[in-house]
Design a protein around this ligand. Structure first.
Ligand SMILES: Cc1cc2nc3c(=O)[nH]c(=O)nc-3n(C[C@H](O)[C@H](O)[C@H](O)COP(=O)(O)O)c2cc1C
Length: 216
């Protein structure tokens, strides 16, 4: 039987930090870098994890967590399987949203923008840096597809591992990087009484950013 869950009393105040207009650089990537570095220094769990939202062909949102691997040329870079569910959705609709959530710092960043693939050379360069098992894993997992059992994937992993012992593991063509080019970046800092600090950066036609404080 499904049990109801009563979670109404689970709440706490967010009071440790604040974000004011004077803390905001003209370039939001300065603040992205500062907050990411603080998350890493604070040793929060998975500081580079971000939720990537895409949409299904019939307009449902679709989300999953990935790891940010680089912030490069004002783009957020992650890697995955191009034929996965997200890959198919991105091919059909290259508009995405990202969320970083750092509970320990009572902070989140929301990003909305457009996504494109990295070049094969860029994907090769990152793939070559991955541990051996991750490279083999990327080759044998038909990500997001139905599979018959765990044994099925373990067998594929074992035979592919043997095939490449002592050799370079090439990047499969269906695996690589994506870069998200933001149009909007929102910084959210939890505050007392639910009166949180929210600042939105909106990209202008001339490439500059306009900043607005948002109601919590
Ligand atoms: C903390 C965390 C980090 C993850 N990082 C990645 C990643 O960098 N790339 C990736 O393909 N999947 C990653 N995953 C798995 C994805 O959440 C997801 O299961 C997978 O990409 C398939 O998503 P899809 O079926 O929507 O395409 C991660 C999961 C977690 C919980």
């Amino acid at each position: 039987m499904v049990k109801d869950l009563h979670l109404e009393n689970i709440r706490r105040e967010y009071s440790s930090l604040s974000l004011g207009r004077k803390d905001l650089p003209d370039d939001p990537f300065e603040l992205v870098g500062k907050w990411l570095n603080q998350a890493i220094e604070t040793q929060v769990n998975e500081p580079t994890a971000m939720i990537v939202a895409t949409s299904t062909p019939d307009g449902y949102p679709s989300v999953r967590t990935v790891l940010l691997k680089e912030v490069l040329d004002e783009q957020f870079v992650f890697y995955s399987n191009y034929e996965s569910r997200k890959g198919q959705q991105i091919a059909a609709n290259p508009h995405v949203a990202l969320t970083f959530l750092w509970h320990e710092l009572e902070r989140q960043i929301h990003v909305e923008g457009d996504i494109h693939r990295l070049s094969p050379e860029e994907s090769d360069a990152y793939f070559a840096m991955r541990p051996y098992k991750s490279r083999v894993g990327a080759r044998i997992s038909p990500q997001s597809q139905h599979i018959p059992s765990r044994e099925y994937i373990m067998m594929r992993f074992a035979s592919e591992s043997l095939r490449f012992v002592g050799r370079e593991v090439p990047r499969p063509a269906n695996w690589g990087g994506w870069a998200v080019v933001p149009r909007r970046i929102e910084f959210w800092q939890g505050r007392d009484s639910r009166l949180h600090d929210r600042f939105l950066y909106e990209r202008q036609a001339d490439g500059s950013w306009e900043i607005h404080r948002l109601a919590p």
